[in-house]
Design a protein around this ligand. Structure first.
Ligand SMILES: CC(C)(COP(=O)(O)OP(=O)(O)OC[C@H]1O[C@@H](n2cnc3c(N)ncnc32)[C@H](O)[C@@H]1OP(=O)(O)O)[C@@H](O)C(=O)NCCC(=O)NCCS
Length: 315
């Protein structure tokens, strides 16, 4: 892929996004405009060590794939195809594109491949599945509409966190990596200590860019959730960034209290906060192998926008 290809790739991407928007109207309309889509492909192309492939049929571009490595050791020797990194007129073209691009990636020793695919395009998703990929993660959205879940539920109340909750918040921060480190996710991510979490909460508690909620029964905090503007997220970028969206950025319930409605009530509190803050939609994301999160967020009305697919090439 060369810089001369960027205009045609941007046009293919804008068309992909236009079709995506017909299914998911909460996506940003901005990227249906070819100029905006070209800028996104160009940014992907200019990422350090980016490479990819373009497909032509009778001299006309019909697809592209474009990936680049992330430096975090979390992802292994990797290449990521982000939201602006692929478009094709049909699934078979995408399989040819991957075949060409992946030869170079694996040749460079980059054997862990991640790709963000629009969820609406079943043919495209199936093409990636038939390249040995499986689903790792989901991005989801729902309209910012009040949940009507307020009030007490089995003695459970949800309220904004206060400084006296900092210890419980720091302990709850340990629960997500603990849960995701276990089967069947096997992926704890960055694991911090309780002391580090306490120090971070002490420093950041007053930051009014984040709305922190706790769920409690009889004065005991059982869980927490955090809302903020989607701009604060480092994972919802480019075509996956929605305009004027709130973000459910974190939630955890202590293991002994799970399955009794606290997680749902916390998620609902963040959604209602997003409504009150004037956002048009609420975005979140989850590991699809995280059985608890992947069952909870869809019950709150989140539907998938982008799927992160993953393959490790065993050489
Ligand atoms: C995810 C988490 C916050 C949810 O909290 P929770 O208190 O356990 O969830 P709830 O009791 O409110 O249940 C949520 C929904 O999942 C559904 N659910 C739970 N177990 C289920 C199962 N085995 N099969 C189908 N649905 C199930 C519940 O029925 C409920 O939906 P409903 O209200 O429509 O009935 C909590 O389990 C947790 O802390 N997990 C570990 C950390 C984590 O994964 N955080 C989220 C990161 S994205």
């Amino acid at each position: 892929m060369e810089s001369a290809d960027l205009a045609a790739c941007g046009a293919l991407l804008a068309e992909r996004h236009r079709r995506h928007l017909m299914v998911e109207p909460l996506l940003s309309v901005r990227f249906c405009e070819v100029g905006a889509a070209v800028r996104e492909v160009t940014a992907a192309f200019e990422t350090t060590d980016a490479s990819g492939a373009v497909a032509l049929r009778d001299g006309v571009p019909v697809g592209f794939v474009l990936g680049a490595p992330k430096s975090s050791p979390l992802w292994g020797p990797n290449v990521w195809v982000e939201a602006a990194g692929l478009a094709a007129t049909d699934g078979e073209v995408m399989r040819d594109l991957y075949a060409m691009a992946a030869a170079r990636w694996v040749g460079e020793g980059r054997t862990a491949h991640y790709v963000l695919v629009p969820a609406y395009d079943a043919e495209l998703v199936r093409a990636w599945f038939r390249l040995g990929f499986g689903q790792q993660h989901a991005h989801g959205v729902r309209p910012a509409v009040r949940t009507r879940a307020g009030g007490e539920l089995n003695g459970l109340t949800v309220r904004r966190a206060v400084r006296a909750d900092i210890r419980a918040l720091a302990e709850l921060d340990l629960e997500l990596p603990r849960h995701q480190g276990a089967s069947p996710t096997f992926s704890s991510g960055v694991v911090s200590t309780l002391e580090e979490n306490l120090a971070e909460w002490e420093e950041s508690f007053a930051d009014d860019g984040f709305a922190t909620f706790v769920a409690e029964v009889d004065g005991d905090v059982l869980g927490s959730a955090i809302g903020c503007a989607l701009e604060k997220s480092s994972t919802h970028l480019s075509l996956a960034r929605l305009d004027n969206a709130g973000f459910l950025g974190f939630a955890a319930v202590f293991p002994h209290a799970r399955g009794r409605g606290a997680g749902r009530a916390l998620g609902a509190a963040v959604i209602d906060w997003a409504v009150d803050s004037g956002f048009d939609s609420v975005v979140t994301d989850w590991r699809v192998t995280n059985l608890l999160a992947s069952r909870t967020w869809p019950t709150l009305g989140f539907t998938e926008t982008f799927l992160r697919l993953h393959r490790t090439v065993a050489t």
